[in-house]
Write a protein that binds this ligand. Structure first.
Ligand SMILES: [Zn+2]
Length: 267
C-alpha cells in the first residue's frame, strides 16, 4: 500500500458506528499507511482521544471547537477549557488547533444563530493557534467571505481549509492567504465538478487529502461510514484528474502534511 496520509479523521467516532478503529489502524499501519491527523471538535475531547489512539506513533492530534450553537453561546468557558486541555497535552502529539470555523448551513442568521458569537469563537482559536505557533484547521461551509476575512484579520495565521467544498476561484482566495486546501471524499461525488476543478487547480505543494471519517465516504462507498483507509479512493480520483501517478500525489501530500502539521513521513 502507498503511504497515504489522512490529514483529517475523527477516529473516536468510528467505534460508535461499528468500526473497530484499533484493529483497522493496526492493519493500515502494518500495510504501509503513512499517518493520520485525528481532529477535535469539542473543548473536552483531546485527552480521551490521545488515550485511545496515542499508542499509534503515526497518529497526531488537533484540539478545537466546532461552531455548534451550544459552543458558541458558551464560548468563554469553552475556550478556557480548550486552553487547559491543550496545556495538559504532550506538545509533540498536539500539532494543530481546530477544527473551528463557520457553518452557514447550520448557523443561519435568519434562524437566529449568533453569527457574531461564531466569529468570536473562531477568533479566539485563531489567536490561540498564533500564540502557540500551531496551524489552524478551518471548517468553512457556505461561508467563503466570512472565512476569508477572518483569516485575513489574523496576520501570520497559517493552516488549511479542510473538506473543501468550493470551486477554483474560492481556492485561489485561500491560497493567496497562504493556506493549504484539503479535499475529502466529496470530490468524488457526481455533482462535485467545481470541487474537481479546484482539485486540479491547487498547486501540488498546497494540497492535502482527508477522509473526514466517519462522514463523507468517497464513491463508490458513499453512504457507508468512512474510515481512514478509504482515503485511497480520493487519492486515486485526484491523481487521475490531474494526470499524475498516485505515488507522486502521495509523496506531495505527505510532504505538505509534514510541512504544515509535522506529521511523520515514511521514506
Ligand atoms: Zn471534521
Amino acid at each position: 500500500m502507498n503511504s497515504y496520509i489522512d490529514s483529517h479523521a475523527h477516529l473516536s467516532m468510528l467505534g460508535p458506528r461499528g468500526i473497530d478503529a484499533d484493529a483497522r489502524l493496526e492493519n493500515l499501519f502494518a500495510s504501509g499507511f503513512g499517518a493520520i491527523l485525528d481532529v477535535g471538535t469539542k473543548s473536552g475531547d483531546l485527552a480521551e482521544r490521545i488515550r485511545a489512539f496515542g499508542r499509534f506513533p503515526a497518529v497526531r492530534f488537533s484540539a478545537g471547537i466546532w461552531p455548534s450553537a451550544e459552543a458558541i453561546s458558551d464560548r468563554e468557558r469553552e475556550i478556557a477549557a480548550l486552553e487547559a486541555s491543550m496545556a495538559a497535552a504532550e506538545p509533540n502529539r498536539l500539532v494543530a488547533v481546530g477544527e473551528c470555523g463557520f457553518d452557514r448551513h447550520w448557523n443561519k442568521a435568519e434562524d437566529g444563530a449568533d453569527i457574531k458569537g461564531e466569529r468570536e469563537l473562531f477568533d479566539a482559536q485563531a489567536r490561540l493557534a498564533l500564540a502557540r505557533d500551531l496551524p489552524i484547521i478551518i471548517h468553512s461551509r457556505e461561508a467563503v467571505e466570512e472565512t476569508e476575512s477572518a483569516i485575513a484579520a489574523v496576520p501570520g495565521l497559517r493552516g488549511v481549509v479542510h473538506c473543501f467544498s468550493y470551486g477554483k476561484e474560492e481556492a485561489r482566495r485561500f491560497l493567496d492567504l497562504g493556506f493549504f486546501v484539503s479535499f475529502s471524499g466529496t470530490v468524488t461525488y457526481k455533482n462535485a465538478e467545481s470541487q474537481r476543478e479546484a482539485a486540479r487547480f491547487v498547486p501540488l505543494d498546497r494540497l492535502l487529502l482527508e477522509t473526514d471519517c466517519p462522514y463523507l465516504a468517497p464513491l463508490p462507498l458513499r453512504g457507508k461510514s468512512a474510515e481512514p483507509g478509504m482515503v485511497e479512493l480520493t487519492y486515486a480520483l485526484i491523481a487521475e484528474i490531474r494526470g499524475i501517478p498516485v505515488e507522486e500525489l502521495v509523496r506531495a501530500a505527505a510532504d505538505n502534511a509534514h510541512e504544515l502539521f509535522g506529521l511523520p513521513t515514511r521514506s
